[in-house]
Write a protein that binds this ligand. Structure first.
Ligand code: URA
Length: 245
């Protein structure tokens, strides 16, 4: 039957996604008359609601509708950025239950031994845009090198390093820190092991790597390794704002 709403969803599905509960638990809520739709008890599991305009409450508490979820994680070493892995823990396993929902995935990968900012979402369109080479969304890494970094790296990174296998990097920036073993490196692409291969291209080696910024958004320093939090609306917009030309 056609719905009177263009943007409609079944009540039980809505509850299951928004509250991160199983569909059967959502039905149980409805059966126990614990759910209201615009102030009236919602009695049917398959009742169609409009998530954007209807006010839905469970156990008297109004649900704040979120179409998608956007998570900032401070990934620790030893955890992989895939959705499933037979051996290692995945970033998704570190997402706390209240932020979990179907379809979550990490938008962009860090190596198992890299720490730092991983963006996790169920918004495929936004993730695609961030990862698209056309967008040039910059990423900043805190790097520790085995040998001291040389000032000669600055123009070499700026020109575009040639990596093993012949890949040529887009122009990148390096800011050597007071301890010359450390630097902030900004790149606008995500080639396989890119920072490690860039270090090798200048005769050095990465001993520690942490992503500290994506686009215009800094990793929240209050997040301990392995912790995550939902991103603010402003941050989601800012993730696009720092492009490298
Ligand atoms: N470059 C690397 O070498 N590894 C990462 O995890 C990210 C960028």
């Amino acid at each position: 039957m056609a719905s009177k709403y263009t943007n409609s969803e079944r009540l039980d599905k809505y509850l299951s996604t928004q509250l991160n509960i199983s569909r059967s638990d959502a039905k149980e809520f409805i059966k126990k008359r614990l759910v209201t739709v615009n102030g009236e008890v919602g009695k049917l599991y398959d009742m169609k609601i409009d998530p954007e305009t209807d006010r839905i409450a469970a156990e008297g508490k109004e649900i704040v509708y979120r179409k998608h979820i956007y998570i900032m994680m401070n990934k620790p070493q030893g955890v992989v950025c895939s959705t499933r892995d037979g051996q290692s823990k995945t970033v998704l396993e570190l997402v706390p239950p209240e932020l979990r929902r179907d379809g979550l995935f990490p938008a962009g990968r860090l190596d198992k031994d890299t720490e730092g900012f991983v963006f996790i979402t169920d918004d495929g369109v936004l993730a695609h845009n961030i990862l698209s080479p056309k967008r040039h969304v910059s990423k900043v890494y805190h790097v520790r090198f085995e040998e001291e970094a040389s000032e000669s790296y600055i123009p070499a990174f700026e020109k575009g390093l040639e990596l093993d296998g012949g890949d040529v990097c887009k122009p990148a920036q390096i800011e050597i820190l007071e301890d010359k073993h450390e630097a902030l490196v900004t790149i606008s692409e995500g080639m396989y092991h890119q920072i490690k291969r860039m270090a090798e291209a200048v005769g050095n080696k990465v001993t520690y790597l942490k992503r500290i910024r994506i686009g215009g958004v800094d990793l929240d320093e209050s997040l301990a390794l392995g912790e995550c939090r939902e991103m603010l609306h402003k941050e989601i917009q800012n993730i696009y704002t720092s492009f490298m030309e």
